[in-house]
Design a binder for this molecule. Structure first.
Ligand code: F6R
Length: 241
């Protein structure tokens, strides 16, 4: 795993945006694997800024997102489809028909998961996958477990996740109990992976993910086996190295 150190969150976001931008310039029809959460917001802002300056063209890009809550329509303000549209897609010239997020309203979980794997395969796989990491080492909604799950699947959210995220809902009771997520196998098939990590609160998990044993108890640790992973982290997140 290659590690790129950055001064702070801003610097990290700029470096990651540069990597994504270079990828899109080299391969205008890149398939980008995208994430939600707080960490990528600065990166999306930089990319929007450069798009507005005319430095980057997303018209041929396709995107696939890691995960989505089950039961939420894309118009729900807590759905990840809504997040992507409002924080990124509506500000750039990506063709919305080329953007994919698991369909949270599909109640037929096996068919939705199979369809999502087919979408990724039909696009020719992911050229560059952007990942954040949870405080417990989760990637997407692949939470600590006794095994790694290969393909896109439905997960029952842990009580911890429900408690942490329900505060963002107008009515906390509306917080979904299930989500769809790419599996670690779907993610590991990506040609290149960028992991973005910011903040001292992620320093222990980052150190364990990179130098500790490969274990499903820390899902991100399997990234050690991928041939092209770059971690872009700020100094606070790298403070335990
Ligand atoms: C979101 C996702 C999650 C986040 C992780 C870190 O699509 O896949 O695994 O990347 O929870 O979230 P933040 O960036 O909010 O710390």
């Amino acid at each position: 795993m290659k590690i790129i150190s950055s001064k702070d969150y801003n610097d990290m976001s700029k470096k990651i945006a540069n990597i994504i931008s270079a990828k899109v310039i080299l391969k205008p029809d890149s398939v980008l694997g995208l994430a939600t959460g707080s960490t990528p917001i600065g990166t999306y802002k930089k990319l929007i800024e450069w798009y507005n300056k005319g430095d980057i063209d997303f018209s041929s890009v396709c995107s696939v997102n890691l995960d989505e809550y089950c039961g939420l329509d894309k118009s729900h303000n807590q759905s990840y489809a809504y997040f992507m549209y409002n924080n990124f897609f509506k500000h750039i010239n990506i063709n919305m028909e080329n953007t994919y997020v698991p369909n949270g309203t599909n109640t037929d979980a096996p068919s939705e998961c199979q369809l999502y794997e087919e979408i990724i395969d039909n696009l020719g796989g992911i050229d560059l996958q952007l990942l954040g990491i949870g405080h417990n080492g989760h990637i997407g909604f692949n939470e600590p477990s006794d095994c790694f799950i290969k393909d896109t699947h439905q997960v029952e959210l842990s009580q911890k996740t429900v408690d942490a995220n329900s505060k963002y809902f107008d009515n906390p009771k509306d917080m979904p109990k299930y989500a769809y997520t790419m599996g670690m196998g779907s993610i590991m098939k990506s040609k290149k992976i960028i992991v973005m990590v910011s903040g001292a609160d992620k320093s222990d998990i980052l150190k364990a993910m990179v130098t500790g044993p490969i274990t499903p108890k820390l899902q991100g640790s399997i990234l050690q086996l991928h041939p092209d992973v770059t971690i872009v982290a700020d100094e606070a997140a790298l403070s335990k190295f």
